[in-house]
Design a protein around this ligand. Structure first.
Ligand SMILES: Cc1cc2nc3c(=O)[nH]c(=O)nc-3n(C[C@H](O)[C@H](O)[C@H](O)COP(=O)(O)O)c2cc1C
Length: 207
């Protein structure tokens, strides 16, 4: 499937074929493709908990305001934005830039300083925005890549973040921008046509 077709055909499907398995390898393939997403300073401040176990999906459903798709999808990805991604990944990122010739060794400290300035202190709002922004791009790549692998998705932010953190042992400083249900459309279900999109003239300005 080409990328334009994937974007045009992607839908948030409400009805998943319950009980249909996706292998761990297929989930890994999906995440590895999406892991090529761009990120600020290439810092990749995301983590994912893949929930496949039926009992764990039941728990997730309860945290997700009882939305059936949280249980019926083959897997539900808990998308985690990590504000500490700057500190955690900066060293390896600079090593790679250095090794590949993107920068000279003497530029390391300059780049570190630039990132600290751009993305703020560990607990700042700036840093949370940095983490959520990049994790959301990663999430969109997952949804598009899924189409190419013959999988359907549904993003969700209808959930209690504290509930998920508690039940799935996610540290308090992380942010959960969304869940992504992944699986196959329930057989016999036809989706309603795609709902309205605003006209470009409402939100686009050329200068
Ligand atoms: C971040 C995000 C969170 C969403 N959360 C929910 C949700 O909790 N429950 C739900 O039924 N749909 C949710 N949706 C799906 C939207 O309603 C859906 O994307 C929108 O209606 C457009 O439909 P389409 O994706 O089929 O084009 C969410 C979408 C996004 C991007």
């Amino acid at each position: 499937m080409d990328v334009i077709q994937a974007i045009k055909e992607r839908r948030s499907i409400n009805f998943f074929e319950a009980g249909k398995e996706i292998s761990d390898d297929q989930i890994r393939e999906l995440l590895a493709i999406a892991n090529l997403s761009p990120s600020s300073f290439n810092l990749q401040p995301w983590r994912v908990v893949v929930v496949k176990n039926p009992e764990r999906k039941k728990v997730l459903r309860q945290c997700a305001f009882n939305q059936p798709k949280a249980e019926e999808a083959s897997a539900v990805l808990i998308m985690i934005a990590d504000p500490k991604g700057v500190e955690e990944n900066m060293g390896r990122m600079l090593d790679s830039w250095q090794a590949l010739g993107y920068m000279k060794p003497e530029m390391r400290e300059t780049y570190k300083g630039m990132a600290q300035n751009l993305y703020g202190a560990e607990n700042s709002l700036k840093r949370k925005i940095f983490a959520v922004k990049n994790t959301s791009l990663f999430a969109m790549s997952i949804m598009i890549a899924a189409m190419g692998l013959g999988l359907e998705t549904h993003p969700m932010d209808g959930f209690g973040e504290e509930c998920i953190k508690k039940e799935f042992n996610i540290p308090a400083d992380k942010i959960i921008p969304m869940l992504i249900a992944v699986g196959h459309l329930k057989s016999g279900v036809t989706l309603l046509p795609r709902a309205f999109r605003r006209d470009l003239s409402e939100f686009v300005r050329f200068e």
